[in-house]
Design a protein around this ligand. Structure first.
Ligand code: HDE
Length: 691
């Protein structure tokens, strides 16, 4: 901007007016009246009162006052993106739904990931279940698969949903804690709800602190029905499997990430898509008949149970790709309205009592949030196929229907919408019988066997993390009898689990004897697919390397690291003592993405310190640098270093192991191979007490 730049004009009070010129459109009121001054309200005299007549001011403030809508009662914090789904294997034999029968078509989707408990402004790395909600805009209408990143749920009946949510949310008298289950009311409820125990194993595992939305599995949780053209029904469970595999952070890392970057997950997804690294998931199904379901030794209508892959194998049928960020967070992510009852012909519900309750709740909650039954007309919610009916009027009606007929049957309007019994949605005519009563089926009564199976299916490190999470969470519970009750449940799951947690808590109180409706089965074989670490294959794809550099650093090593990461499908960021970057040994300036404070090592999957001798001396006097290395070491990360950087590593308490790689001696490829394997698990017992 220069003194004679005509795009900018100073006003009488020295305020800056940026005028419409060049590509700018002219600013108008909501009525389309061009605004002449958007800096000053209309006053009686330069220092006089503001006039009520100022419709421009009043309209602007009025709209601002009403910008917020109620946040979602659960899953308030979320992040949505666009993409598409492509079916690779037809399920035509089982369903007439085109989206699951016609291969090779790209069906547009909108996906919203979320946490459950925290409010909208809470942090991304809360220990929490993640929502994984997918809206398919199919040619036969919208299909919403509103799932989570965990295949089971806390409760068996929708009747208990408000209770579990109230218990988990901030305690109502004090308004805290935010986005945490580590408090009395949550564990009070859980300790009196044995059906939650399987879910507790999952949420205390590292699955609830995912490394990225891109690295999470997703599950439809309930059984649904597929119905084919002949009207035959097959049950189905839906699974999303991330191509980048499931990966998690450590708890201490999660705590620090929340401070360093509360938007860690949304930034990660945004950055991946904006850099063309589109995340992908396979859609897999478990298919089974009613007769097969009868033979399971659990009830598939009970959402606290999984169907182990060993019992019904997964079949991959398609691929989800997320490739476009939203244009506007509010219009799309905030206004998207997922509803479990949004299904298309060929997809139908099971009698899972949770699913049945959800089918009421979602539609109801959208009315509260979006304020009008016409929320279906918002661009993010509207079907992309033709739609027509006689629903009329209501708040914020966007359509202008013509004609005098808003009903049928009618002879007056020969072209109006009419039902189609053949193409239209028909419910599977399941036969229903039984006494009308408030039942809980006896087939739902085994609360511990699958919890035990899950725990025993984990690797040693994963089991230790479940124990540590329970020790942390129950340690935040002030009411000792709640701790005692929980230890008793854990004991029912597996005696050693109860004992390990009791040891971790140094629990001296009374552990009650808890009766069991069904004794814990000890014959369920561990299911390897339930462990994230056991099925992980080394990769750098989608991972991020942080390189700490100093003045005088060897730019060639940095370049080689960057090239290796790029070739492997990963990203690299440079951290320097100051944000302006460093002067390399070659004299060239290397720009930084973060300064030491802005780019702590918790933000990266692996790290490298490429420092000169003088630079190392300087870093040794900077606690931020020492903490950077120290954290990376205790978070079990692979650390590459220039030979000259060794004194910094020593000062940070780094002990040599397979994950400490001298870049000058072992080379960049050795570093890459080590980093691809992920964390150095044998290091963990050296840096943390394990119970
Ligand atoms: Fe939800 N859930 N839920 N839920 N849920 C909502 O709907 C509810 C359940 C899930 O990104 C609400 O739009 C009941 C299971 C996701 O916008 C609400 C019950 C699963 C999202 C609601 C459940 C979920 C929600 C709040 C027990 C995994 C976020 C805002 C019967 C399969 C969707 C909203 C988004 C949101 C009710 C249990 C997943 C209140 C009554 C089980 C991913 O309608």
């Amino acid at each position: 901007m220069s003194g004679n730049d005509t795009r900018f004009v100073s006003g009488e009070g020295g305020e800056l007016h940026q005028l419409a010129s060049g590509d700018h459109v002219r600013m108008t009121t909501a009525q389309g009246v061009v605004i002449g001054d958007d800096q000053n309200s209309l006053k009686a005299g330069p220092r006089g009162p503001v006039l009520l007549e100022d419709f421009v001011l009043r309209e602007k403030i009025f709209h601002f006052d009403h910008e917020r809508i109620p946040e979602r009662v659960v899953h308030a914090r979320g992040f949505g993106v666009h993409g598409h789904f492509e079916l690779t294997k037809s399920l035509e034999r089982h369903t007439r739904a085109r989206v699951l029968a016609k291969t090779g078509e790209r069906v547009p989707v909108f996906v919203r990931f979320s946490t459950v408990v925290g409010n909208k402004g809470s942090m991304d790395l809360a220990r929490d279940v993640r929502g994984f909600a997918v809206k398919f805009y199919t040619e036969e209408g919208n299909w919403d698969l509103v799932g989570n990143n965990i295949p089971v749920f806390f409760i068996q009946d929708a009747m208990k949903f408000p209770d579990v949510v109230h218990a988990a949310k901030q305690e109502p008298d004090r308004g805290f804690p935010q986005a945490q289950s580590a408090h009395d009311t949550f564990w009070d409820f859980i300790s009196l709800t044995p059906e939650s125990m399987h879910m507790i194993m999952w949420i205390m595992s590292d699955r609830t602190i995912p490394r990225s939305f891109r690295m999470m599995e997703g599950f439809g949780v309930h059984s649904f029905r597929l119905v084919n053209a002949a009207g035959e029904s097959t049950f189905v469970k839906f699974h999303w499997r991330p191509r980048l595999q499931s990966q998690s952070v450590l708890w201490d890392e999660a705590l620090k990430i929340n401070g360093a970057d509360p938007d860690f997950h949304r930034r990660d997804l945004w950055q991946a898509i904006e850099t063309g690294n589109f995340p992908e998931w396979d859609l897999a199904v478990q298919l089974f008949t009613e007769a097969e379901a009868e033979r399971f030794d659990f009830d598939h209508l009970d959402s606290t149970k999984i169907i182990p892959e060993e019992v019904v194998p997964l079949q991959v049928i398609g691929k989800l790709t997320l490739d476009r960020t939203v244009d506007n967070f509010f219009a799309e992510t905030e206004q998207v309205a997922f509803c479990t009852q949004n299904v298309v012909p060929g997809i139908d519900f099971s009698d899972d009592p949770l699913l049945q309750g959800r089918n009421f709740s979602y539609l109801d909650t959208q009315l509260k949030r979006l304020g009008s039954p016409n929320f279906t007309q918002l661009p993010i919610n509207a079907p992309r196929c033709p739609f027509a009916n006689f629903q009329r009027d209501g708040h914020m009606q966007m359509h202008v229907p013509n004609g005098r007929v808003a009903y049928q049957p009618s002879l007056l309007d020969p072209s109006g919408p009419r039902e189609d019994p053949r193409a239209g949605f028909t419910s599977h005519p399941a036969t229903i019988a039984g006494p009308k009563a408030r039942h809980r089926s006896a087939t739902f009564a085994d609360h511990y066997s699958q919890a035990r199976q899950f725990f025993l299916s984990q690797t040693e490190a994963e089991q230790a993390h479940i124990v540590a999470a329970l020790v942390f969470e129950l340690g935040k519970v002030d009411t000792l009898p709640i701790r005692g009750m929980m230890i008793a449940h854990l004991h029912n799951i597996l005696p050693q689990l109860g004992e390990r947690v009791a040891t971790g808590l140094n629990f001296q109180g009374e552990v009650p004897e808890l009766g069991q409706a069904v004794p814990t089965r000890t014959d369920l074989r561990p299911s390897p697919s339930l462990s994230l670490l056991a099925k992980f294959t080394p990769t750098l794809k989608g991972r991020k390397l942080g390189i700490l550099v100093t003045d005088g650093a060897d730019g060639e090593v940095v370049a080689k690291l960057e090239a290796a990461m790029t070739a492997a499908g990963g990203l690299t960021e440079i951290i320097a003592p100051r944000i302006g970057g460093v002067t390399l040994i070659s004299g060239r300036t290397l720009a930084a993405d973060h300064d030491l404070q802005g780019g702590p090592s918790v933000l990266f999957d692996a790290v490298a310190v490429v420092a000169s001798a003088d630079g190392t001396t300087m870093l040794q006097h900077d606690q931020r640098a020492v903490a950077w290395v120290h954290d990376a070491f205790q978070h079990l990360k692979v650390i590459g270093h220039s030979a000259a950087a060794l004194p910094l590593l020593n000062q940070a308490g780094v002990m040599p192991d397979d994950g400490i790689v001298n870049l000058d001696r072992a080379g960049v490829s050795a570093f890459g191979a080590a980093a691809a394997r992920g964390r150095i698990w044998p290091r963990e017992p050296l840096v943390r007490t394990m119970f």
